[in-house]
Design a protein around this ligand. Structure first.
Ligand code: FAD
Length: 283
């Protein structure tokens, strides 16, 4: 199918972008990588009056290390993030997740900010930024603000973004050496959205689990932090205890791709696989 007609704008500054967002209101849509928006337009699931292409905005595609941590620009393409030595060094969790994001062709255009703005509950990057306690920086005509990732994802395709907001970058706090990161997901086919996935971080001190952050995706309306499983892991230092807690804690939805029972089972398998390997000998 072809999209319904729309006005196309390609602003070259944030100020111009804010003008356009204000002019069109709910009838204007930001275009970044287009990997989710364009199919939606083509299928006429969305018929905005204007598409506002932000790809010419300067300075939003950078990946840079700062004293506070790592900054990933909203327009950084998935394949640039995947290939980045800075990401591998400062955010190994994201490096491990990137090959699972769609296929190579999608990663060549899709952007880091677009994936967060879309907030697909089965997407990898929202879970990663929650696990990493990242901050999402957003700009609008009135200024900028920082939204903790834990508050950003509010439901299926729903975020804390307000009308007129543009994600400009994401700050990943500096990695501490005691933390180990692990990532895995289970999908029916390579490149599909996950039936269940896990972005995990475990803080090990003297071989004991001091802290843990277990964020599942594909098993709820948004990234799901499994706090009871985290508590069980800290108390017992044992993956089996965490699995038992997880089995009562997770309430996944069912759909044509998988029942709640299947997703709950897969989440337990991932917990065992990912956290089990993190608790093993340091590599
Ligand atoms: P766009 O499609 O351009 O925009 C998506 C939405 O975000 C739009 O509503 C847009 O207005 C808004 N938006 C974009 N950028 C900003 C911004 N800076 N500020 C505010 N709003 C913004 N994703 C996964 O995570 N995992 C997968 O396994 C996966 N598989 C895929 C398989 C297929 C076949 C396809 C087509 C896509 C898949 N995707 C997957 C989606 C892909 O990762 C997209 O790149 C991503 O979801 C959206 O990024 P984008 O840059 O293409 O955004």
């Amino acid at each position: 199918m072809k999209p319904a007609p729309f006005d196309y704008h390609r602003p070259t500054s944030l100020a111009e972008t804010f003008d356009l967002l204000e002019r069109y209101g709910d009838d204007g849509r930001i275009l970044a990588g287009g990997q989710s928006l364009v199919p939606t337009l083509n299928m006429r699931l969305a018929t905005p009056r204007a598409v506002i292409d932000i790809n010419r905005l300067p300075g939003l595609a950078e990946i840079r290390a700062t004293l506070d941590g790592l900054v990933i620009g909203a327009l950084a393409r998935h394949d640039e993030v995947e290939a980045s030595a800075l990401i591998r060094e400062h955010a190994p969790l994201i490096a491990a997740a990137m090959p699972h994001v769609g296929h190579a062709a999608i990663r060549a255009r899709g952007t880091f900010g677009g994936s967060l703005a879309l907030a697909d509950p089965a997407a990898e990057l929202p879970a990663c930024v929650v696990a990493l306690d990242a901050t999402i920086r957003v700009a609008n005509r009135r200024g900028t603000r920082a939204i903790p990732a834990a508050e950003f994802f509010q439901g299926v395709y729903t975020t804390a973004l307000a009308p007129g907001d543009v994600i400009i970058e994401v700050l990943i706090p500096r990695a501490e050496p005691q933390w180990r990161d692990g990532f895995d997901e289970l999908a029916r086919r390579n490149g599909d959205f996950a039936l269940a996935g896990l972005a995990a971080r475990v803080c090990l001190v003297g071989g004991a689990v001091r802290d843990a952050r277990l964020v599942f995706f594909g098993v709820g309306n948004a990234p799901v932090r499994a706090r009871q499983a985290e508590a069980a892991l800290k108390a017992a230092g044992d993956v089996r205890a965490a699995q038992r807690a997880l089995a009562t804690e997770l309430q996944p939805p069912g759909d044509i791709h998988g029942s709640p029972e299947l997703r709950r089972h897969l989440a337990g398998v991932l917990l065992h696989r990912v956290v089990g390997s993190l608790l093993g000998p340091a590599s």
